[in-house]
Design a protein around this ligand. Structure first.
Ligand SMILES: [Zn+2]
Ligand SMILES: [Zn+2]
Length: 168
């Protein structure tokens, strides 16, 4: 297997195992909802969303959509309102947003920790610029860790390859 193929296989495996491999430290994302755009942020286990529902209930379909995309890589939003997470209309909307993440979500920035086979790595993304602390990234500006995040987030992020300066 050449290195590109093995990188793709590894990236998929990391993405599939995101629940135990990946821990999100922070993320800021814009979501194009049915009733307007919302800014969702997550830091050190705490969620925030600019929508009205979140300010009332500390959870909303937007945050739940992000939970759906990121799985156990994030802590669930906490709310004191009983049954809030099981409200059917909210779940349906959150799933729809998560399925449509490619056109609904636009990631501004994030910082995640990934437990790779050869150690832990920190991956950051800021307005389209990717970074990973691994050796491969330093050499090629892309690595299996970054590709795993691309796999999870789809078109909600810019592809890492485009960040490489083009040779003219
Ligand atoms: Zn919201
Ligand atoms: Zn890496």
């Amino acid at each position: 297997m050449d290195s590109t193929a093995s990188r793709i296989v590894k990236a998929r495996q990391y993405a599939e195992e995101r629940d135990r491999r990946i821990k999100v430290r922070s993320v800021e994302v814009e979501l194009q909802g049915d009733n307007g755009n919302h800014l969702i942020s997550y830091e050190a286990g705490k969620w925030d969303c600019s929508c009205e529902e979140f300010s009332l209930r500390e959870v909303c379909a937007h945050v739940m959509a992000m939970e759906e995309v990121l799985g156990n890589a994030v802590e669930p939003a906490l709310s004191d309102v009983p049954g809030i997470h099981s409200s059917a209309s909210r779940i349906v909307k959150a799933r729809q947003y998560a399925e449509e993440r490619d056109k609904r979500f636009h990631v501004h920035e994030f910082e995640v920790e990934l437990h790779g086979d050869n150690g832990d790595h920190t991956i950051t993304y800021d307005g389209g610029t990717w970074r990973c602390c691994c050796e491969e990234f330093a050499l090629r500006q892309v690595c299996a860790h970054v590709m795993a995040l691309e796999e999870i987030l789809g078109d909600a992020v810019e592809p890492a390859m485009l960040a490489v300066p083009r040779m003219n």
